[in-house]
Design a protein around this ligand. Structure first.
Ligand SMILES: [Zn+2]
Length: 419
């Protein structure tokens, strides 16, 4: 199988572009599922495509969750596994009117994304580009994101299933496919029917660089800190006015300044202040809290509360209130008891000539929530880089490798239980 391309480049590019040119930006302000009606556009097309390539039990529910089955082609019992991707794109940057550009035989130099606006994708800044010299790279035109996160994953899963259907000599057990809306706003797993999916374990195809394999992610919480002040006419304010913005500043400065996203890496956690909304009368601070280690995570949440308590003691009544909500947890504790599912993915990569890059995710995936819902779900590379912005790109060869990894996993799982 090594070096064997399971899909022609042109066909894969065409498939991928047919997805990214449909705007599926999710909307955190909405309470519906999917959060934006336009996600239905791609969802419906995907359902048709899944049927067209010959998958069975293709379903889409009232929340736009798509599931499909590739039946087993062996007689012996094989655990049912699944592959999962999300079809929404992040609300952080526009995904409307994506105009993909194809750079063939990349020469290792700057890629001009947009001449008029002077937007350049340069290996001087994005060194990863140099990994893909000689390859075919799909970029944006600099005005939108690309949507390889996670439409690359969808293209890969569908292409792998198509390959398995066309090659019955490749043996595999029952495989389930799941495509979700709203992953980018943290809700991709919320309405995922794990029981209906019916897999023993699954993989999200939602990582970045070729080789990435992840089964550790952040523990995550959001904190809203509200500070109540007192507005008085400035001319008569002495001893009366309480300016919530100054108290907010004290609060902000009390949290460790270096434990922020821009000062941390690997397994270091952080407090991230992402929004300040203030007037004299009231100020609202919004944080996210992240840590791989559960104890450190709990300590961070305690600190956020404790700082508020301490500041409150300086006033006669409570001026600061803190509301903390857990968002997701590190999947590691759910994966470690079933480590063979990581081993299989690792072996599948090696078989495809890829060096596995196993590292903790500084974020979450659908898989972390799914793991806690009873579907252990490590994350595998989908191949894209620079997600959530205008510099997003994906090498076509990485997508081809991902397809090979999916096919290899299917084969390895069928083999594993043969004896
Ligand atoms: Zn993603």
């Amino acid at each position: 199988m090594r070096g064997h391309n399971m899909i022609e480049k042109d066909k894969l590019i065409k498939r991928f572009i047919s997805y990214v040119t449909v705007d599926t930006e999710s909307d955190p302000e909405s309470n519906t599922t999917p959060s934006s009606a336009k996600q239905w556009d791609l969802a419906k097309a995907l359902v048709e495509e899944l049927k067209e390539i010959g998958l069975e039990d293709v379903t889409i529910d009232e929340n736009a969750y798509i599931m499909a089955t590739l039946p087993s082609n062996v007689d012996h019992e094989v655990p049912v596994i699944g592959f999962v991707s999300h079809f929404d794109t992040t609300p952080d940057f526009t995904g409307k009117d994506v105009k993909p550009q194809i750079v063939e035989n990349y020469d290792g130099k700057d890629i001009i994304l947009n001449k008029e606006q002077n937007i350049v994708l340069s290996p001087d800044y994005f060194e990863d580009l140099l990994l893909y010299k000689g390859q075919t790279i799909i970029t944006t035109d600099g005005t939108t994101l690309l949507g390889a996160d996670d439409k690359a994953g969808i293209a890969e899963i569908i292409s792998a299933m198509e390959y398995l259907i066309k090659h019955p000599e490749v043996k595999h057990g029952k495989i389930r496919v799941g495509f979700t809306p709203d992953e980018e706003i943290g809700r991709g797993a919320h309405k995922f029917d794990v029981k209906k999916f019916g897999a023993e374990w699954a993989y999200t195809m939602d990582g970045s660089q070729v080789g990435e394999l992840e089964y550790e992610n952040f523990n995550a919480a959001g904190a809203v800190v509200t500070i109540k002040g007192k507005i008085v006419h400035p001319g008569y304010a002495k001893g009366k006015m309480v300016n919530s913005m100054y108290i907010a500043t004290d609060y902000i400065n009390s949290l460790p300044r270096l434990e922020t996203p821009e000062h941390t890496s690997d397994r270091e956690g952080f407090f991230h202040l992402y929004s300040v909304n203030g007037e004299v009368d009231s100020t609202k601070l919004q944080y996210i809290i992240r840590d791989h280690d559960k104890e450190h995570f709990d300590a961070r949440k305690e600190m956020v509360q404790k700082l508020a308590d301490e500041l409150n003691q300086q006033f006669e009544k409570e001026v600061i209130t803190v509301e903390i909500n857990d968002q997701y947890f590190n999947m590691r504790e759910k994966i470690e008891p079933v480590m063979h599912i990581v081993d299989i993915a690792e072996e599948a990569m090696k078989k495809a000539g890829i060096t596995p890059l196993i590292k903790p995710i500084r974020g979450g995936t659908d898989g972390s929530q799914l793991s806690f819902m009873g579907l252990p779900c490590p994350n595998i590379f989908a191949g894209g880089h620079n997600f959530h912005g205008r510099f997003e790109y994906v090498p076509v060869e990485s997508m081809q490798k991902a397809i090979e990894v999916i096919v290899n996993i299917a084969q390895l799982v069928a083999k594993e239980k043969q004896h």
